[in-house]
Design a protein around this ligand. Structure first.
Ligand code: EPZ
Length: 417
């Protein structure tokens, strides 16, 4: 398993281009199952998760090819309805094939995704959604076994605005007979991107981006082409890197309109942020001010940026409180940040970060995509050498991260094993 060696402290300066959004791309890849034809996605990042989802599709008999950011998927033939455990356990989003397989064929067998580094990841809302559209659901030897002889529209009220459940219901509703209404739907830009692609494929959808989405199902939908939106979490990560290193970074190919909550907190901790429609310049001079953060559902501050902002606040002037409302246990990065000399105390879903003047480089362990990027950020500003182990976590969600950081002036190298 490869590691990164980072030598700090450094000050990042220059430009970085943001890649397509992982969390927009994955639902779009699953949506191709609905079409029965050849779809083309561009601005696709070459990530571990991209390759995993390509493998999941290939297990279903759907060939996929990625070249220079262009992903072509031919869903004409589907020869299997099963997403196996060894793929689903590496990527929870494999569950996105559930809705489209049910919608097109009336059957699906998808391994339960299991937990993740920071705790349980339930799928009860996915079940609720499929059942509302006529499916019979059961758990059979660790697999979700779903059947639906007739796919009909229905009304689904989500207890929480789950991104994944909203994706699965949107996909299943696209080929259901009649109207589906999703109440308390997720409002993320990635949901609107998926709805936009489905509209191009002929599905009537309204309300995406709000809490109530209406879908008029169709008997069949056309193959579609779609350009993946920029990754707002990747952009936020580089913005946090400019802040923590006291640098001056210009982030290109991003969408600041999707990042208001993150920009607010970067400005609150002392960054100067200037934006255009597709760029964001972060100048991070001066002491980092302490800032309180509460994560929430979009458009609130994203849980996927919690670890990265915690790293920034580790060297802030004063104490900051971070409350994690989406995944109360999402703090696997805390013991690792403490190895840099950070002072973080945990009490349930609340972390109190007491800023220290400087961090010291240390060997640390990556545990999930975003926690790993937080350790990279700490390593950029820590004195001396940092070794981040198990960087396959980072490769799941960040395209070419070492070259992008190196181009900004970071001293970072990959070491095998
Ligand atoms: C998506 O995961 C993202 N993944 C996650 O990003 C992100 O952290 C999460 O949304 C929240 O924004 C992708 O888009 C591939 P949820 P998802 O269903 O869909 C509860 C990353 O780093 N819930 O919106 O799995 C759940 O426990 C990843 O890119 C249920 O209770 O998240 C959580 O508290 C990590 N029952 C809340 O909803 C369910 O059936 C939000 O989860 C489903 C979810």
């Amino acid at each position: 398993m490869d590691s990164f060696i980072i030598r700090g402290p450094c000050r990042l300066e220059g430009k970085v281009k943001i890649s397509g959004a992982k969390n927009a791309m994955l639902p779009l890849m699953a949506a191709t199952i609905l079409t029965g034809g050849r779809c083309v996605l561009d601005n696709v990042p070459d990530l571990r998760d991209t390759r995993t989802m390509m493998k999941v599709l290939e297990m279903l008999g759907i060939p996929a090819g990625l070249e220079d950011g262009v992903l072509s998927i031919d869903a004409t033939e589907v020869t299997s309805f099963e997403a196996p455990y060894d793929l689903v356990r590496t990527m929870r989003a494999s569950i996105y094939v559930l809705g489209p397989l049910l919608a097109r064929f009336g059957r699906a067998r998808v391994s339960m995704p299991g937990g993740c580094a920071w705790g349980p990841r339930p799928v009860d809302l996915h079940f609720k959604g499929m059942m509302a559209l006529g499916a019979e659901m059961k758990i059979d030897h660790g697999y979700i076994d779903a059947r639906a002889d007739r796919r009909r529209g229905g009304e689904v009220i989500l207890a929480v605005p789950s991104v994944g459940a909203t994706v699965n219901i949107l996909l299943a509703a696209s080929l259901a007979d009649g109207e589906t209404v999703i109440e308390n739907a997720a409002r993320e830009p990635e949901i609107s991107a998926l709805a936009g692609a489905l509209r191009c494929a002929g599905v009537e959808i309204e309300g995406d981006g709000t809490s109530t989405i209406r879908v008029q199902g169709r008997k069949s939908i056309e193959p579609f082409s779609h350009t993946v939106i920029p990754d707002r979490i990747e952009a936020g990560t580089y913005a946090a890197a400019a802040r923590i290193t006291g640098g001056d970074g210009t982030i290109e190919n991003c969408r600041p309109a999707h990042m208001h909550a993150v920009i607010d907190k970067l400005e609150a901790c002392g960054a100067e942020v200037s934006v255009t429609e597709n760029t964001m310049r972060i100048v991070g001079t001066g002491k980092i001010s302490s800032v309180d953060i509460e994560t929430g559902y979009y458009p609130s501050f994203p849980t996927d940026m919690q670890a990265q902002m915690m790293a920034v606040l580790c060297i802030a002037d004063g104490a900051s409180a971070i409350v994690e409302h989406v995944y109360p246990d999402r703090f696997t990065h805390v013991p690792e940040l403490r190895r840099f000399g950070a002072r973080v105390t945990l009490d349930g879903s609340v972390a109190v970060v007491s800023g220290v003047p400087r961090l010291e480089g240390a060997p640390v362990m990556a545990t999930d995509i975003r926690a790993s990027s937080a350790l990279l950020l700490a390593g950029l500003v820590a004195d001396g050498e940092t070794k981040v182990l198990r960087i396959y976590h980072i490769e799941r969600g960040y395209e070419d991260i070492e070259n992008k950081f190196r181009a900004l002036g970071a001293e970072i190298e990959r070491v095998a094993g």
